[in-house]
Ligand binder design. Structure first.
Ligand code: CP
Length: 324
């Protein structure tokens, strides 16, 4: 069985194949009828135990563009609130004959458990688990960087060798940072993390990246700067940084953006907290790719689902898998 659980499981060739396939999928969005028949007759469940706007909507859009039958499940309003376990929820879905489960869960490791437990036969795609991984976010970010920094056509078959990417903010709680560090390293980019000392994870010295506490000196050496939200919902209130102090040291405003090379882009996975990690001036600037990232997310999720579920096409045999 094949799954997508972690960006760390992807080889360079796997990742480039997904990015190239996403370029093909992006062409569907330019057509008058934005649909492919590829997953007709396949059923996909979007199983969301945590809130989401972008990931959930873009998975649904991707599934519908591939003509799959889509079931949306939200823990809120389900029998999970009566105490039903992940196992029983999964087996209920299995009984309905699902082919793939896209899961977001607050517990790190929940998608891996689902994929390896034997509870279900379906393909499992991780849509974000706790502070662990968010592989399709890293893929859509890499897709956006490749388009902007290498070129839409010039990028086909290429990785991100030599590109310098800076990720700024609450690294401690960020599955986006973890996934991006793994994937960007695999794709040949040089990654620098900039974070307050209190928001740096233990063991970061083993990650394949540099760590800095000085944003201003890092900006002029960056091809892309990715800003992260401070995840208050995962913090003890006593450790909340004050907005003023945080934005003064780690926020991106117009003056700081001016220190970046002219070609460099500003990224954010969303949701943004304007005034905290990013000012409205930067968020609304031409250099900010946040809306483009969302559109690219549909193409990436189409590519991942196509490669995992698409049948007998030659590309499918090269799809990234997590072997059990
Ligand atoms: N980037 C991201 O995962 O956003 P959502 O939480 O809105 O899905």
């Amino acid at each position: 069985q094949r799954h997508l659980i972690s960006a760390a499981d992807l080889t360079r060739d796997d990742a480039v194949l997904i990015l190239d396939t996403a370029e093909e999928m992006a062409r569907v969005a330019d057509r008058p009828i934005k649909k492919l028949p590829t997953l007709r007759g396949r059923t996909i469940v979007n199983l969301f135990f945590e809130d989401s706007t972008r990931t959930r909507i873009s998975f649904e859009a991707a599934e519908k563009r591939l003509s799959a039958d889509v079931i949306n499940f939200s823990a809120k309003g389900s029998s999970v609130s009566k105490g039903e376990s992940l196992k029983d929820t999964a087996q209920t879905l299995e009984a309905m004959g699902v082919d793939a489960v896209v899961i977001r869960h607050g517990a790190s490791g929940a998608p891996y458990r689902l994929a390896t437990s034997g509870w279900i036969d379906a393909v499992v795609v991780n849509a974000g688990d706790g502070t662990h991984q968010h592989p399709t976010q890293a893929l859509l970010d890499a897709f956006t960087m490749r388009r902007r920094l290498v070129g839409r056509d010039a990028g086909i078959g290429q990785d991100l060798s030599g590109k310098r990417i800076t990720i700024v903010g609450d690294v401690l709680h960020s599955r986006v940072a973890r996934s991006n560090v793994d994937l960007l390293h695999t794709l040949g980019a040089e990654v620098t993390l900039v974070a307050p000392p209190t928001l740096v994870p233990v063991g970061i010295e083993t990650w394949p990246c540099e760590v800095s506490y000085d944003l201003d000196s890092t900006l002029p050496k960056s091809d892309a700067v990715m800003m992260l939200r401070v995840q208050r919902e995962r913090m003890n209130a006593a450790f909340f940084p004050t907005e003023r102090e945080y934005s003064r040291r780690y926020g991106l405003d117009g003056d700081r953006m001016a220190r970046m090379p002219e070609h460099a882009i500003v990224m954010h996975p969303g949701p943004m907290v304007r005034g905290m990690e990013i000012t409205a001036e930067v968020a609304d600037s031409e250099r900010c790719t946040v809306v483009e990232q969302v559109a690219n997310g549909v193409s990436i999720r189409m590519a991942v689902l196509y490669l995992l579920l698409g049948g007998n096409e030659p590309a499918v045999s090269h799809a990234r898998t997590t072997e059990e």
